[in-house]
Design a binder for this molecule. Structure first.
Ligand SMILES: [Mg+2]
Length: 309
C-alpha cells in the first residue's frame, strides 16, 4: 500500500498590525508558526513599525487554528492569516453605523427628540442579535415621529468618521478597480451624505416616511434593509461585476452584517459585537480602517493619501 501524498502547503501571509507593533511580535508569531510546523520565509513592512507581513507556507486548514494561537499570543495586535494569492479585493460592501461612521445615526436623530436612551437600548439589543431586526427598527422609527426632515442634513454634516475609511475606498478603487457599496440599516438622506463623502459607488439604505409638513411620519418603507437584504446586495454585486467570490470583501460590526461577512472571502468584523467576533476569523479590534488595506497587502507607498475625514 502506497503512502498518501503529504497535504500540500501553499504560500500564506500573516499580517500583524498595531500602533505601534511590539518588538516581541515577530518572535511570538514565529513560535506560533513553529508549533504548526511552519517557518517564516520572508517579511515586509507595510507601514514601518505598525504593519508587518510575514510570509510562510501553510495548509489551508491550519489558518484558523494559527489565527486563534496568534490572538492568544499577541493581545492588542490585529492580525490575519490568509493565502498570498488574491489578497486584493475588487468589491467592498461596508456597513455604515459604527463601521464607517462613529456611533449610530439613529441615536443622533433620537437625541433631537430627547428619546436617545430609549432608542439606544433597542439598537444595542438588535445589534447583539437579541431582537428581530425589522421589528426593532420599526419600533425605533416610530419614536422618531415629528422629527423635522431638515434636521437630518444637520446631523449628517456633524458626523464623525472612523479613521481610514476614505483611504480604504480610494486605494481599493485606484489599485484594484474595486466597486464600493455602502449598505446600511440606517436612513437614506444621511447614508447619501456618507456615500458621497467616502466616494462609495452607491448606497443601499432605509427610506423613512414623511408628512406633508416636512416631518418624519414615524414609518419606514418595507421591506427594511436587514441582514438578508445586505447579503442580497453583496451577492447581486458579485454577479453584476462578474467577480469570483475570492475577490470580495465585506465589513461591519453588527449581527445584521454577519450574512455578508460570512459570504465574503475577506469578511471583517470591525470592532464587532461579541456574536459577530465569535463567528468571524478576520477582525479589526484595536486599530482603524487602514488595517483592512494592510490585510490586503497594500503598503504605505500605495495608499491614497486623501484627507482622513
Ligand atoms: Mg453597524
Amino acid at each position: 500500500m502506497s503512502a498518501l501524498p503529504p497535504k500540500s502547503r501553499t504560500p500564506h501571509v500573516i499580517t500583524l498590525v498595531a500602533q505601534p507593533l511590539p518588538s516581541s511580535a515577530r518572535e511570538r508569531a514565529r513560535s506560533c508558526l513553529q508549533a504548526v510546523g511552519g517557518s517564516i520565509q520572508d517579511e515586509k513592512w507595510l507601514a514601518h513599525g505598525r504593519a508587518l507581513d510575514l510570509y510562510c507556507d501553510l495548509r489551508s486548514e491550519q489558518a484558523e487554528p494559527l489565527t486563534q494561537a496568534l490572538w492568544a499570543a499577541l493581545p492588542g495586535v490585529d492580525l490575519a492569516v490568509m493565502p498570498q494569492r488574491n489578497r486584493r479585493k475588487r468589491l467592498i460592501c461596508a456597513d455604515m453605523d459604527s463601521t464607517i461612521v462613529v456611533g449610530e445615526t439613529i441615536e443622533f436623530m433620537a437625541e433631537v427628540l430627547g428619546v436617545r436612551e430609549k432608542v439606544a437600548e433597542i439598537t444595542e439589543r438588535a445589534m447583539r442579535g437579541e431582537l428581530d431586526f425589522t421589528q426593532a427598527l420599526v419600533e425605533r422609527v416610530r419614536m422618531l415621529r415629528d422629527l423635522p426632515v431638515a434636521r437630518l442634513s444637520e446631523i449628517a454634516a456633524s458626523l464623525q468618521y472612523h479613521r481610514g475609511g476614505r483611504r480604504l475606498i480610494a486605494t481599493m478603487k485606484r489599485h484594484a478597480d474595486a466597486k464600493a457599496i455602502l449598505v446600511s440599516g440606517g436612513f437614506e438622506p444621511i447614508a447619501e451624505v456618507v456615500r458621497a463623502h467616502h466616494d462609495f459607488d452607491r448606497q443601499v439604505s432605509n427610506v423613512l416616511g414623511t408628512t406633508g409638513e416636512g416631518n418624519l411620519s414615524g414609518t419606514v418603507h418595507l421591506p427594511v434593509v436587514d441582514g438578508d437584504r445586505k447579503l442580497d446586495v453583496f451577492q447581486s454585486a458579485i454577479k453584476d461585476e462578474r467577480l469570483p467570490a475570492n475577490l470580495t470583501m465585506a465589513i461591519g460590526d453588527g449581527a445584521n452584517d454577519l450574512p455578508m461577512i460570512r459570504a465574503a472571502s475577506l469578511g471583517i468584523a470591525y470592532k464587532g459585537k461579541p456574536l459577530v467576533r465569535q463567528a468571524t476569523r478576520f477582525q479589526i479590534n484595536h486599530t482603524d480602517l487602514m488595517t483592512a488595506l494592510y490585510y490586503q497587502g497594500y503598503d504605505e507607498s500605495e495608499i491614497e493619501k486623501v484627507d482622513w475625514s
